[in-house]
Design a protein around this ligand. Sequence first.
Ligand code: OOB
Length: 558
Amino acid sequence: MASTPTTEGLVAWPADLAARYREAGYWKDEPLTAPIWRMAEQRPDRIALIDGDTRIGYAEMCRRADALGARLRELGFEADDRVVVQLPNTWEFVVFVLGCLRAGVIPVMALPAHRRHELEYLAEHSEAVALVVPDTLRDFDHQGLAAAIRDAVPSVRDLIVLGDAREGAIDLRELCEPPAAGVEPAAALEALAVSPDAVAVFLLSGGTTGLPKLIPRSHNDYRYNAEAANEVAGFDEETVYLVTLPASHNFPLACPGLLGALLAGGTVVMLQSPEPSRAFAMIEAHGVTHVAAVPAIVQRWIDHEEAERTGRLSSLQVLQVGGSRLVDELAARVRPVLGATLQQVFGMAEGLLNMTGLDDPDDVIIGTQGRPVSPGDRVRIVDENGDPVPVGGRGVLHTEGPYTLRGYYRAPEHNRRSFAPDGWYITGDIVELREDGNLVVQGRDKDLINRGGEKISGEEVENLLYRHPGIEMNAAVAVPDPDLGERVCVYATLREGHRIELDDLRGLMRDAGVAAYKLPEVLVIVEDMPLTKIGKIDKKALREDLAGRGALRPGTTH
Ligand code: OOB
C-alpha cells in the first residue's frame, strides 16, 4: 500500500487539472525513480555516474541508493521526514538523493554557500530530522555548524557527514556502501511504495520576501519536469551531462539536469567548480555532450577559449544557459567560439520552464528565452491592472501547468500575494510574448537581486541591516555589473552621530551567519530616502538615482 503523504501546509492541484494531467500522460503515477531502476535492470553496466576516478554503473548506483534508503529506515527515518541537504557536486550527492526518493524521505535542497542564517531557518521551517553536510569545504567547518544547528533546532536528531564524521555523526560514505551479501534492500523499499503524489524534494525559492520559501515538488510533477525538458534538450542514452552549477539548484538537478540525464539512460559527470580549465578538461576526458551554465560562467568560458584556443570542446553539443538574462552579444558568440548549440533556458524553481529549441533559427536562439516546454503549460501576460497584454506588449508573466506549484509550503499569507485568484503563479518577471510564441525577459516586478543567477531578496538584506544601530532607513537594490549582471547595492540614511562604511554592514551580515553572496557590495549613504505616496521607500527612484551615478565599483562606499 502506498504510504499517505502529509498534506498539511501543501496546496494541491485542483482535481480537474490533476485528472487532465494524468489523462494527457504528463503524470505517470509512478515514483520519480522508476525509469532509472528499470534502466538498471536492462543495462546494468552502463555508466551512470562519474566523479573524479569514480565510475558507477546503473545497477551499482541503484543498489547503493537502495542500501542507503534501507539504512535510513533502520536508523529511524520515516517516509515524509525531511533532511536538509548541503553537499558539493559529488557522486554521493546523487546516491543520497536517489536513496531518499526511494525511501520517501524528502531532501530540502540547500546550497553549499548557505550558512547558519539560512540552514537554521530551513531546518526549523521544514522540521528537518537531519542535516547532510561535508565535513569541511573551502576551509569552512560545515560539520561544526551543523552540530550547532542540531543543538539549536529540536526536530534535528541526526547529522550525516561526507568525509571525516566526528563522534555522534553518521558517515555518509558508509550509508552509500552497496548492500551486504544476502541483503535485498530493493524489495523492502518497493514494499513501502512511495506515493507518486507525495513531495519528492523541497526546492528553495529565490525569495522576494525575507527568507527563501520552500517549493514542494511531487514525484509526478518533478519527473515530468525533467522528462519534458529531456525532449526539448535532446537528452538520450548517448547524453553525457556535466554538472558544474551547484547540483541542488533546479536547473542542473532537473531541467533536464542530472535527473533528466539518468531518466534518459545517459551519464552524469559531477564537478565541483565551473572554473574553465577544469571544466574543459572534464568535457574532453569524458566526451561531455551537454552542460548547463549561468551567463557569468559562459562569459568566462568564452574568454578562456578565445585566449587559449584549447580545442577541448569537440564533444560538446549543447550549452544550456539560464538563471539570469544572457545578453544578445554574448549569446551570439557561443557557437562560433565554443562550437556548441546554445539553448536559452528561462526557468524557475517554482515550475515553468521555457527553452529555445535546438533547431530554432538564430534570431530565436540568440534573442529570446524560448517557450514553455510542455503543451500543458499555460502562460498569460498582464498589465498593472491585471488586464491581458496583446502579443508584442510587455507585462508580468503568470502561469499554471502540470509542474508549476500551486502554493509554497506553510506560507498561506505569502501565497495570497504570489498567486492570482484563479491559482496561477505570479512569476514577477516582466516579459514580452513575441508573435512566434517565444518569450523575451525584459525585467522584473519583484524585489529581488539576481547576482549571476543567485537570487537575493531585498527585504532579507534590509531586515538584517536594521540590526545596525547607525542605520535609520535602508533599501537594497540591484546595481548593474558587467561580470555578474547585478550585485547588491544598499542605500541608507544614518542616525545622527553615526558613520558607516560598506565593510561595517558586510561584517554585520557575516557575523549573523548569512551566505556570502548576499552581502552588499556597494553602499550609498543619502540624506533623505525617497518615499512613495503611501510612505514606502521608493525603489524605482533609487534605481534612477543609481543609473545617474555611473559605474560604481564593487567594494565602495559613496
Ligand atoms: C532559475 O530558477 P530560480 O528559481 O533560481 O530563479 C527564477 C528566476 C526567474 O523568475 C527569473 O527572474 C530569473 O530567475 N531567470 C531568468 C532566466 N532564467 C531565470 N531571467 C532572465 N533570463 C533567463 N534565462 O533561475 C532557473 C531554474 C530552472 C532553469 C533555469 C533557471
